[in-house]
Design a protein around this ligand. Structure first.
Ligand code: ATP
Ligand code: MG
Length: 372
C-alpha cells in the first residue's frame, strides 16, 4: 500500500502505529509477558484513551496467533457467532482450503460456510444455521481457538475489544462456561471503555467472570515521553516548541492521549516556526468550540443533583467533597450528594484516584471549569 504523506506529525482518531505511537513500554511488556504465560487479562480505560492502539502494537510483537473481535457493533448472539467466526477464520489460516480442511477435522457440526471477497480481496466468512442449531454452533465456534491451539501445539491469544457490550448481549454466563476450560491453551484479553460495567463483570462475586483475569492498569502517558514525542514531531518539520508549552498542553489534557495529540495537532497547524503562548490558547479554544455541542449534550444528560455535584467536585478540586459547608453551598445534602456521585460513577463521568475524585474526560473538566 502507498503511504499517504501527512503535513502534520500528530494524529488523532483511530488506532496509532509506528511513529505516531508514544511510549506505553511498561504496559506492552506486562501484556506480552502475561499473554505468553497464558494469563487472562483485563484492560479498561475511557473512550479514546489508546486501548486498541496499545493492544495492536503489543500483538505485533508477539509471535503467536491472535484473534481480535471488536464487540461494539454486535447486536445479538447470532451476529456474535458470525463475527467471531469471521475473525477466527481470517486469523488462523491464510488460504480458504486450509481453513476448511481444519474445520472439517475439528468441528463436530457441519455448518454451511460461505466466503465473500470484497474489492480489496479481503475474505469475509459467514455461517448459515437455523435457530435450533444456534446453541451447538455457539459452543463449537467458541471452542475453535482451543482446538486450534491443541492442533498446532501453540498458545492462541483472543482479544475481545469493547467487551462491556456483553452485558447488552446477554450471554455472559454461556461465554464464560464455554471458555473456562481453555486456560491451558488460550489466553484471553478483555478490553473495555466502561469501567463501571467492566469492574462489575470481573469483580462482582455474583458474575460468571468473577476474578478470572489480571487487571493491567492503563494510565495517562507521562510528561517526559510527551515532551520527547511532541518536540521531535515539531523538529522533523523544522518547527520549535519548548517544554513550557508542552506542559501547558498537558495541564489541560492531563496526558490523555487523544486530547494531547489533538491539541498538539492544532498548535502545529497554526505555528509557522516557533510555538508561543497565543498558539496554545488559540488551539485550545478552537478545539473547545468544536467539542462544545458534545459537552453540552453530556451536561444535559445529567440530573440536577449530578450537575450540582459536578460543580462542587470541580470547585473543591476533587477533595473533601462531603464537607457539610461545601455541600450546603451547592444545595446538596449528604444523601443527595452520595446518590449523585453514585450516578456520576455509573455514567463513567467521574472516577476516583489516590488524589481524589476527577472527571474522566479532562477536556470536559476544562470546559466546565471555564464556564462556572
Ligand atoms: N500510545 C499512544 N501514543 C500517541 N497517541 C495515542 C496513543 N494511544 C492513543 N493515542 C491517541 O488516542 C487516539 C485514540 O486511540 P485508540 O483508538 O487506540 O483508543 P481507544 O481507547 O481504543 O478508543 P475507543 O474507545 O474509541 O475505541 C489515537 O488516534 C491517538 O490520537
Ligand atoms: Mg478502541
Amino acid at each position: 500500500m502507498n503511504k499517504i504523506i501527512s503535513n502534520n506529525p500528530f494524529y488523532f482518531g483511530g488506532v496509532v502505529r509506528g511513529k505516531h505511537f508514544c511510549n506505553r513500554k511498561s504496559e506492552m511488556a506486562t501484556i506480552q509477558a502475561d499473554l505468553n504465560n497464558g494469563i487472562n487479562l483485563l484492560i479498561y480505560a475511557p473512550r479514546r484513551f489508546g486501548k486498541t492502539s496499545l493492544i495492536e502494537n503489543t500483538l505485533q510483537q508477539i509471535n503467536k496467533h491472535h484473534i481480535f473481535l471488536d464487540m461494539m457493533s454486535i447486536t445479538d448472539e447470532k451476529e456474535f457467532i458470525n463475527d467471531y467466526f469471521n475473525a477466527i477464520s481470517k486469523s488462523l489460516y491464510t488460504t480458504t482450503d486450509k481453513l476448511i480442511n481444519f474445520f472439517k477435522k475439528v468441528l463436530n457440526i457441519r455448518p454451511n460456510i460461505s466466503v465473500d471477497f470484497d474489492q480489496t480481496g479481503q475474505a469475509k466468512y459467514s455461517l448459515q444455521f437455523g435457530i435450533s442449531e444456534q446453541p451447538d454452533v455457539f459452543k463449537e465456534i467458541v471452542d475453535i481457538p482451543n482446538r486450534y491451539a491443541i492442533h498446532q501445539k501453540k498458545r492462541v491469544i483472543v482479544i475481545f475489544d469493547e467487551f462491556q457490550e456483553i452485558r447488552r448481549l446477554g450471554f455472559e454466563d454461556k461465554l464464560r462456561s464455554a471458555i473456562q476450560a481453555h486456560s491451558d491453551h488460550v489466553a484471553y484479553l478483555f478490553s473495555g471503555s466502561k469501567k463501571s460495567i467492566m469492574t462489575q463483570i470481573f469483580f462482582d462475586k455474583t458474575n460468571a467472570f468473577y476474578r478470572s483475569v489480571k487487571h493491567v492498569p492503563v494510565l495517562p502517558i507521562d510528561a517526559e515521553s510527551w515532551i520527547d514525542y511532541i518536540r521531535t514531531g515539531f523538529r522533523n518539520f523544522n518547527k520549535q516548541i519548548d517544554p513550557n508549552h508542552i506542559h501547558a498542553i498537558l495541564k489541560i489534557s492531563k496526558g490523555f492521549p487523544y486530547y494531547t495529540q489533538q491539541i498538539a495537532y492544532e498548535i502545529f497547524q497554526i505555528t509557522a516556526e516557533t510555538c508561543n503562548d497565543d498558539h496554545v490558547q488559540q488551539a485550545v479554544s478552537s478545539i473547545l468550540d468544536r467539542e462544545a455541542d458534545l459537552f453540552l449534550f453530556e451536561w444535559e444528560n445529567l440530573s440536577t443533583n449530578q450537575k450540582k455535584a459536578l460543580k462542587l467536585l470541580i470547585n473543591a478540586g476533587g477533595k473533601n467533597i462531603y464537607r457539610k459547608e461545601t455541600m450546603e453551598q451547592f444545595g446538596l445534602t449528604n444523601s443527595t450528594m452520595k446518590k449523585a456521585m453514585g450516578g456520576l460513577i455509573v455514567k463513567d463521568v467521574i472516577d476516583l484516584n489516590p488524589d481524589g475524585y476527577y472527571l474522566q474526560d479532562p477536556l470536559f473538566a476544562y470546559y466546565l471549569k471555564n464556564r462556572f
